[in-house]
Design a protein around this ligand. Sequence first.
Ligand code: ATP
Ligand code: MG
Length: 177
Amino acid sequence: MRLFVAAELPDGVLDALVETQAALRECVTGRYVAPDSLHVTLAFLGSVDASRVPAIADALDDACAGLASFNVTTTGLGSFGRRAQATLWQGFGTSDEFTHLAQCVRKELTDRGFSFDSKTFLPHVTLMRKADIRSGVLPMPSIASGAISTVTLFKSDLSGPYPVYEPLHRVVLAESA
Ligand code: ATP
Ligand code: MG
């Protein structure tokens, strides 16, 4: 199965991301990510045997054991890839806590022998795929703050007309003091 680990987003931040998507619809064509699929990928594992899911769940439990929830704020838009078919995303302000969370998750996965895409963690939420941004016109994104408190192992099913992410294991971070 295709697996990835992601931070889920609080409602206030999700609302802002959906607002940004609405503004994008005015000027950019492409494939929009469904609101209930918006997330921040912490580690992309790719194809893993189903029998390894409990070990990954343990890794997430251990990675998150000492961590508290923390606040993040959305910032500007960015893109990956070719401008005719770009992946368009909204980022977050610099957050040591976000980076630390990704590092803790990746370390526990590594310690258990899992491999994952090891590109440097860049906290972002993909809003659109195959976006045509050749005009260079992009709207002002909506800004919001909220707490990151849930880390989830998702199964990704790409066999249908749009990606479906199924949560397999959730870890809730301790409340921050
Ligand atoms: P599609 O591939 O059909 O556009 P998707 O990218 O949403 O759909 P997946 O490819 O299963 O679905 O990816 C799940 C999550 O992992 C997404 O957030 C995606 O951006 C991220 N991801 C996918 N591949 C990689 C990779 N090689 N490195 C880092 N993150 C990845
Ligand atoms: Mg993909």
